[in-house]
Design a binder for this molecule. Structure first.
Ligand code: MG
Length: 438
């Protein structure tokens, strides 16, 4: 059971889906890290900590990695993205070695159909972003973006530069996108409200005027009118607004009866989040910027959030995610995990969700990536998400294997593929080959 090798591969999806593989002489496990600049180099630098160790001692190895890089990020940062992927790979590996699903290793399942909510972005598809969140144009995409730092893309955190008013967002677009999601079987959906609009005076100060609030409420109302009351709707604001204007927005959204309002204010000030929660009957959600159980303790103790949204590919690993969910449960808070990953990270998150009583729904952020379903073998036919849920079976580990032939076509140029340099023909999206396409 001794670890012999640790390797990485990066798939260029709508984010850099960064995979880690941990090998023993018997088997290997695969995990996924949340994208970050320099991430594969960090994983490679940490590999010597694991070589020769017993892969089954997952939590001890987690502590070994933690203390080895505490000087570089004891409370958060890229080292934790790396550790999260390595730890998830270890659980997949141990599940295979013991011939049990990962959810059994986390305490057993409460459910085997994991509810998924579809991120509908800004009423249209989100294509690809680089590891510093600049829009990029991979070979599989249909839109061309210049790599301009002036682009104020909705996926960015705090707005900067000028709003890109070439993009127009309308209530009709939001309603159409909501209908598409519900027709696919989703019972929970999410939209961005912090989209460029012609009413903004300043993109730095976090202020909202009455016209902006009305515009955002009209987008939200169109979604509710289209899908009815039986669909849960969340809205994301990507940390943009000052507290008093975010409260005005929350009040304007209250007639829509949203399931949650995500990150209306910046994420680092827990008291600001608590003020938001006290001021509105809509549940305030946040958590994708936080790390480790220690990063969430004060959130729960202060009652700052109605729902909590840790990202399991960066928060510190699958067991740490379970610990955070258990801590949330002691405060009767549901967990709605953030997720922008490939099917590898998504399935890993599903195993935690299966073993978590207070799980609400897991995010799906790749509805516009045409090859997302083809990246793994699940052991069954049809799309991975059916009727708004991912079904977990009894297969060992996370229950899916990467389809290497497909995945290699979308490998990020310049990155090794689990230790190997790819040939040009292996690393060529189908749409870019003569006579190709899907
Ligand atoms: Mg978000």
């Amino acid at each position: 059971m001794k670890i012999e090798r640790v390797d990485t591969a990066v798939i260029q999806g709508n984010y850099d889906w960064t995979l880690v593989r941990v090998y023993t002489d018997h088997a290997y496990g695969t995990g996924e890290c949340f994208c970050s600049p320099g991430l594969t180099a960090v994983v490679r630098d940490m590999a010597p900590l694991l070589l020769g160790e017993d892969a089954r001692d997952v939590d001890r190895l987690w502590y070994k990695m933690r203390w080895a890089v505490s000087h570089a990020g004891s409370t958060g940062g890229t080292v934790w993205h790396a550790i999260s992927g390595i730890e998830a790979a270890l659980w997949d590996l141990v599940g295979k070695l013991l011939n049990v699903p990962v959810y059994q290793l986390l305490g057993g399942k409460y459910r085997e159909d994991i509810r998924i909510y579809m991120d509908c972005h800004a009423g249209e598809g989100l294509e690809a972003l680089s590891n510093i969140l600049l829009p990029v144009s991979p070979a599989w995409g249909t839109r061309n973006h210049s790599q301009s730092s002036e682009v104020n893309h909705p996926a960015h955190g705090r707005a900067y530069g000028k709003p890109d008013l070439d993009e127009v967002f309308t209530p009709q677009m939001y309603a159409k996108r909501a209908r598409e999601a519900v027709d696919k079987g989703f019972t929970a959906i999410k939209f961005d409200l912090d989209v460029p609009n012609p009413y903004t005076y300043d993109t730095y100060n976090g202020a909202l005027n009455a016209a902006e609030v009305k515009f955002m409420a009209s987008l939200a109302e169109a979604v509710r009118t289209e899908v009815g009351d039986h669909v849960d709707i969340g809205f994301d604001c990507h940390w943009r607004y000052n507290v008093s204007d975010a409260i005005r927005l929350a009040h304007a959204l209250e007639p829509i009866d949203a399931a949650f309002l995500e990150d209306p204010v910046p994420p680092e000030n827990i008291e600001a989040q608590r003020l938001m929660s006290q001021a509105t009957k809509t549940a305030i959600s946040s958590g994708e910027n936080r790390y480790l159980r220690h990063g969430f303790r004060e959130i729960f103790e202060s009652g700052a959030l109605g729902l909590v949204a840790p990202d399991f590919q960066k928060v510190g690993g699958l067991l740490e995610a379970k610990r955070i969910a258990d801590m949330a449960d002691t405060y009767y808070v549901n967990v709605v995990p953030h997720n922008i990953s490939s099917p590898i990270g998504t399935f890993a998150s599903c195993h935690v969700a299966a073993a978590t009583p207070n799980f609400w729904a897991l995010e799906f952020h790749a509805a516009d990536v045409p090859f997302w379903n083809d990246l793994v073998d699940t052991g069954s036919s049809g799309p991975i998400i059916q009727n708004g849920a991912i079904h977990l079976n009894e297969r060992p580990g996370i229950g899916v294997e990467l389809n290497e032939t497909v995945a290699k076509r979308y490998a990020k140029p310049g990155e090794l593929w689990f230790g190997e340099a790819l040939t040009t023909s292996e690393n060529a999206p189908l749409g870019s080959q003569p006579g190709g396409g899907r």
